[in-house]
Design a protein around this ligand. Structure first.
Ligand SMILES: [Zn+2]
Length: 692
């Protein structure tokens, strides 16, 4: 929802939380005049009035935090933001360059140039008003029966969720679609259906009794009313009240995040006949036909209780109420492509209220984000050709090799895992596909129409094109080389069903060839280690080397892991980043485990890369001190209160500040910083979480 034009968090764009982004080594060069050598960290970012053992994150980043302001058009600032900003600027420059070459309209370059120019033409957008949505709104107006309603709801479905790889679970449409291999049959590509239909980020926003949430509900309802008013819909205040009432019922039907994250509760293969009998209400035949899925013999229902509840609401709630809900969501979803008055309102709620961002992004930045979402692969090909030379690919692959070796040694060394399970882990590690930089094959967007005068139509058609691209994979053999992120994305992803990882070129910009091993392994190395470990953590244990949902641990392995996990749940539950709001240790467990494992593995790989030597002391910091400092500086962040609150409630990742404190689980950190009992972060050796 952070995406300025897109209302749907596409799996190809995860920047909403700037989750796995880190430090850009070269950014520090200007801060340290003529250093002996580039060490890839910035000692001046520290707050030396704080003991490392009391609050390592503040020690590492406190000075920096005091010295920076969050830009008015952003909800946070940090290391990730710097990398993101650089990728954004490169992208914009490349787009302008592409356009200046006057490319043929039906080539990828032509599509990029036209798409961007159309969005930049604010005058045309103002002139056209609500016209680009006329067909969609007329269609809603003409709905005269629940069967027709079901058909329109089916037409709106898009491939806009991905609960496993990207944990993108939110869609404004009634259901979201995900196309990938079946959980129990790795050779079969099937459609997954997920709950949707809410305008606010989560059911909690509708059901929580806290005064903060009650306030948000009232601001949301006002947003709905004002948007309908600008669009000249009749009785906007009454409609907003009814839409809110309907969404409260939708929220009550939804299951919560913890349940949605449980893959065993999600593995519900059903036939169309099952859907009709087990989830009555929606006219499934009309819905699936409109969605182009009527011929599918099997669906996986991610949240059966919710799908059943939402289907029942289609039957029980008045037709007029659903029509008003559809009108509102149609306009709200595309508000970024409509005249300024619409976007102002959308921004006011989604960015200002929900995230505390005071100022809108400039139009070109919004256009870049939209282009990345809609024509990501076309642009990715151009981006890589310019910014990710084969030498970068080779260097990162070398780093990946060291991390894989370090992880392999860690498998050998763990004492809790049975020999049989270790053999399985090693098989899985051997067949892991680590994608570096970009995919082997890019999407070609053949047949997608991009018009200079129709930016809203362009995004509608692009989303539809992506939907058909995904649906076309149904019934075909599984493509294990498929990428789920574009090369220009500042993020990384683990794909359990493909036993693969994607590290896009843009995040690999973190690798600084001039910095020493301590910095590179602690920043990009820990991120790669984080992703590798996901394949072996409590969720990775569920998927075997083929990506089949088949747990490869013995009950003993699982019991130990669970017990260790509980320690980490407790550790994170104790953090209170926002007054009155603690981190949810259970909700963030997978990610916290990956942070511990990623850091431990990166430390080993860093040592491995030195071949038994020690790094010299630079600026009074040993190699190990620099390693941990670089890790914490990778997570430095300054964030607005509202955005922090929203992240704590909706995100599977703990806030950056708490992620930086992961060091307290690693023994060498205690040695490097002489951390003693009694200090606030001190954990007794038996309390430190050791998984790998
Ligand atoms: Zn992760």
């Amino acid at each position: 929802m952070a995406l300025p034009f897109k209302a749907t968090p596409m799996k190809r764009m995860l920047l909403a939380a700037l989750i796995l982004v880190a430090r850009m080594g070269t950014a520090f060069a200007t801060e340290t005049p003529a250093p002996q050598k580039t060490i890839g960290i910035n000692p001046s970012y520290r707050n030396l009035s704080v003991e490392a053992g009391d609050d390592f994150e503040e020690y590492a980043n406190g000075g920096w935090r005091k010295s920076v302001e969050i830009p008015a058009d952003r909800s946070s600032i940090g290391a990730g933001f710097e990398v993101y900003e650089r990728a954004e600027k490169r992208t914009a420059d490349l787009i302008r360059e592409t356009a200046a070459g006057n490319p043929q309209p039906d080539t990828p370059q032509g599509m990029i140039a036209t798409y961007y120019a159309a969005l930049m033409d604010a005058a045309n957008i103002e002139k056209r008003g609500l016209d680009p949505l006329k067909d969609k709104l007329d269609e809603i107006e003409q709905i005269a029966s629940k069967a027709e309603l079901s058909r329109v709801l089916g037409e709106r479905m898009r491939a806009d969720v991905d609960p496993l790889d990207a944990t993108a679970m939110w869609t404004e449409n009634l259901f979201g679609l995900w196309v990938t291999q079946a959980l129990s049959e790795p050779d079969r590509t099937v459609p997954y259906l997920l709950q949707g239909g809410l305008g606010m980020p989560d059911r909690e926003y509708y059901l929580s009794e806290s005064s903060e949430m009650a306030k948000l509900r009232s601001v949301y309802q006002t947003y709905v009313a004002e948007l309908l008013k600008v669009a000249h819909m009749k009785d906007p205040a009454g409609a907003a009240e009814r839409i809110m009432a309907l969404e409260k019922k939708i929220a009550a039907a939804h299951v919560d995040r913890v349940i949605s994250q449980d893959v065993h509760r999600a593995n519900n293969p059903v036939t169309v006949a099952d859907l009709k009998s087990n989830a009555p209400g929606l006219d499934w035949q009309a819905y699936l036909t409109a969605a182009g899925l009527e011929k599918e013999s099997m669906f996986v229902i991610w949240q059966p209780r919710a799908i059943k509840g939402l289907s029942a609401l289609v039957a029980s709630e008045p037709l007029e109420m659903w029509k008003q809900w559809l009108v509102f969501h149609t306009i709200s979803l595309y508000a970024g492509y409509l005249p300024q008055a619409y976007y102002d309102l959308r921004f006011g709620f989604y960015d200002k209220t929900l995230k505390g961002t005071p100022k809108q992004l400039e139009r070109w930045k919004r256009a870049v984000a939209a282009l990345n979402a809609d024509l990501g692969d076309a642009f990715g090909k151009v981006y890589v050709a310019r910014y990710f030379p084969p030498s970068s690919k080779a260097e990162v692959q070398e780093l990946v090799r060291n991390l894989v070796t370090a992880f392999d040694h860690r498998i050998d060394a763990v004492s809790w895992m049975t020999t049989a399970t270790k053999a399985q882990a090693k098989t899985k590690l051997k067949s892991l596909r680590v994608g570096v930089g970009y995919p082997e094959r890019f999407r070609d967007y053949a047949g997608l129409v991009i018009r200079r005068d129709d930016p809203l139509g362009n995004t509608c058609r692009a989303r539809e094109w992506e939907y058909h691209h995904q649906c076309a994979r149904l019934g075909r053999s599984v493509d294990r080389e498929e990428w789920w992120m574009t090369p220009q994305t500042v993020d990384a992803i683990n794909l359990p069903l493909q036993n693969a990882l994607n590290f896009p070129a843009a995040i690999l910009d973190l690798f600084n060839p001039k910095a020493d091993a301590a910095a590179n392994y602690a920043s990009i190395g820990a991120i790669i280690g984080h992703e590798i470990s996901h394949s072996f953590d409590n969720s990775g244990a569920e998927f075997n080397f083929q990506g089949k949902l088949a747990n490869w641990w013995t009950p003993d392995d699982a019991a130990h892991f669970k017990a260790v996990g509980q320690q980490l749940v407790k550790q994170f539950n104790s953090y209170e980043p926002s007054p009155g709001l603690h981190v949810n240790g259970k909700q963030t467990l997978n990610e916290n485990i990956a942070d511990v494992a990623g850091l431990a593995t990166a430390y080993d790989a860093y040592k491995l890369s030195l071949g038994g030597k020690e790094l010299p002391v630079v600026e009074e910091l040993t190699g190990d001190q620099r390693f941990f400092l670089a890790f914490a500086q990778t997570w430095r962040q300054k964030i607005r209160g509202a955005a922090l609150r929203s992240q704590i409630i909706t995100n599977e990742h703990a806030p950056s500040r708490e992620r930086a404190q992961t060091v307290r689980n690693i023994d060498p950190w205690y040695e490097a910083y002489a951390v003693k009992p009694g200090q606030k972060l001190y954990l007794k050796p038996e309390e430190r979480v050791r998984i790998w």
